[in-house]
Ligand binder design. Structure first.
Ligand code: C5P
Length: 220
């Protein structure tokens, strides 16, 4: 299919609910969905497996260029250690550069003949797809996000300590917000949805109302 402007960019900090919302929007509109965090996690996992140091920018960029479908399916992508290292390698300009084309192509030429794409991440509305028809910025207080992440970990049978989860999220927020290249930021023209005291249904309803007005006519 040709270039598509049916792009929905969903940005926000870790555990803000952006992944759940993005998946739901993709299902609703029949769009392709890309969790861009998986790409950075895959770089981190390759670094862990191959002993590549996060201080060696060129080597990390080579890991980014070598990502395969197998890497993107690895259950260890979700590990806390992988997420922590992901936020370090994601600050490296050469790593980010290596991943730009894949994300842009996914947005403009969604796979499987889908009529649009939903991508979630940190810089989708600002750097990857500044032309996106719909931009959402999903937030929640760090305490609320830590509490969600903590419950999620317990639900998975993991051992977790709330203060440690909170500290980890604060560190990750600081790294994502303060890095020099493509920091976590709300695009000027993004709708901000604060999910601190909102359930997933209410966040979806707000996003849907906004998206329906901005997507190409005829989109479900
Ligand atoms: O969203 P998720 O927690 O899976 O992302 C892992 C890490 O990848 C984040 O902490 C962030 O540093 C980085 N990331 C990024 N830009 C994106 C998506 C994720 O820098 N578009």
């Amino acid at each position: 299919m040709g270039a598509s402007n049916n792009i929905i960019a969903v940005d926000g900090p870790a555990a803000s609910g952006k992944g759940t919302l993005a998946r739901r929007l993709a299902r609703h509109f029949g769009f392709a969905y890309l969790d861009s965090g998986r790409l950075y996690r895959a770089v981190a996992l390759r670094c862990l497996k191959n002993g590549t140091g996060s201080d060696d920018e060129k080597a990390c960029a080579a890991e980014a260029a070598a990502i395969t479908e197998v890497d993107l399916d690895d259950p260890a992508l979700r590990d806390e250690a992988t997420g922590r290292l992901a936020s370090r390698v994601a600050a490296l300009p050469l790593v980010r550069r290596a991943l730009v084309d894949y994300q842009r192509r996914f947005a403009t030429h969604p796979p499987d003949g889908k009529g649009g794409a939903v991508i979630d991440g940190r810089d989708i509305g600002t750097v990857i797809c500044p032309e996106a028809a719909v931009k959402l910025f999903i937030t929640a207080t760090v305490e609320e996000r830590a509490s969600r992440r903590y419950k999620e970990l317990l639900g998975q049978g993991a051992t977790a300590i709330y203060p440690a989860v909170l500290r980890d999220l604060r560190d990750r927020d600081a790294r994502d917000t303060n890095r020099a290249v493509a920091p976590l930021a709300r695009a000027e023209d993004a709708l901000q949805i604060d999910t601190t005291s909102m359930d997933a249904d209410a966040a979806f309803a707000a996003a849907l109302r906004y998206a329906e007005k901005r997507l190409a006519p005829g989109t479900k």
